[in-house]
Design a binder for this molecule. Sequence first.
Ligand code: ATP
Length: 236
Amino acid sequence: MRAIDIRELTLSFNGQNLFEDFNFSVPQSAWTVLLGASGIGKSTLLRTIAGLENEAKIQGEIRHQGKIAWLAQQDSLYPWLSVSDNVQLLQHLTRSKTAESVEKARYLLSAVKMDKHLHKPCYQLSGGQRQRVALARTLMQEADIVLMDEPFSALDMVTRLQLQDLAHQLLAEKTVLLITHDPQEALRLGEQIYVLRHQPAVLSAPIVPPGKAPRYPDQHLWTLQQQLIDQLTEAA
Ligand SMILES: Nc1ncnc2c1ncn2[C@@H]1O[C@H](COP(=O)(O)OP(=O)(O)OP(=O)(O)O)[C@@H](O)[C@H]1O
C-alpha cells in the first residue's frame, strides 16, 4: 500500500523547474529516506506533500493516505512555554487542555525520557532535549505519516544515535519520509533509500539495506555507504 503517491509533478520557482514529470511513491508503515545535494529540492518536496508550499508553481497529482505530522531540524518549540504545554500545543492554543491531554503528554514525555522536565520552560533545554520534546509533540498528533526534515542533524553524535533509536522505536508503525544529508543515518534507519540528483530532479534506484533498523555498521553497510557517497559526489 502506498501512503504517499506523487504523479507527474512539475514544480518551479521563477520559471526554473525543480521537478518535471516527477513520480515518487512512499509505502505505508515503513521508513523511506531521501538524500541529495543542497538546493536540489528535498525540503520543497516535503512542504509540497504536506500542502505547505505556497510560492512554487505546481502541477501534477499528490495524494496521501491519512494525517501528516512534521518534525524538523529547527524544533519550533515555544521557548517560554513549559515542556508539557509545548507537547499539548494545540490544546494550549485552543484552550482545550484536559486531564486526559495532560496525562497523554506526560506519558509521551516519559517515552522520550523527558518526564523529569515537565514544567520547565523550553528555553532552558539543551538541543537534544528540545528534539525529544519535539518528537513527543509529533507523537501527540497521532499522525499516520511523519515527514522529517533533517531532525537530528544539529545534534552531537551520541545524542543523534540515541534519538535515531528512540524515533525509530516510537514511530515503528508509522509511515516516515526522512530527509537527511547523512548516508550513515539513511542506512541505519531506512527501509528504502533514494538519492535525488540533477535539475530537474531525478530519483536514483532505491537502495534497500539488509536486516532490521536501527542497523549498526558492518562491512556491507560500509560498502552501501560508499555507494551513496559516490552518488552524492557525482551529483554535486
Ligand atoms: N520560496 C522560494 N522562492 C524561490 N526559490 C525557492 C523558494 N524556496 C526554495 N527555493 C529554491 O528551491 C531550491 C530547492 O530548495 P530546497 O530548500 O527544497 O532544497 P534542499 O534540497 O532541501 O536543500 P538543503 O539540503 O540545503 O536544505 C533552492 O534553489 C532554493 O533556493
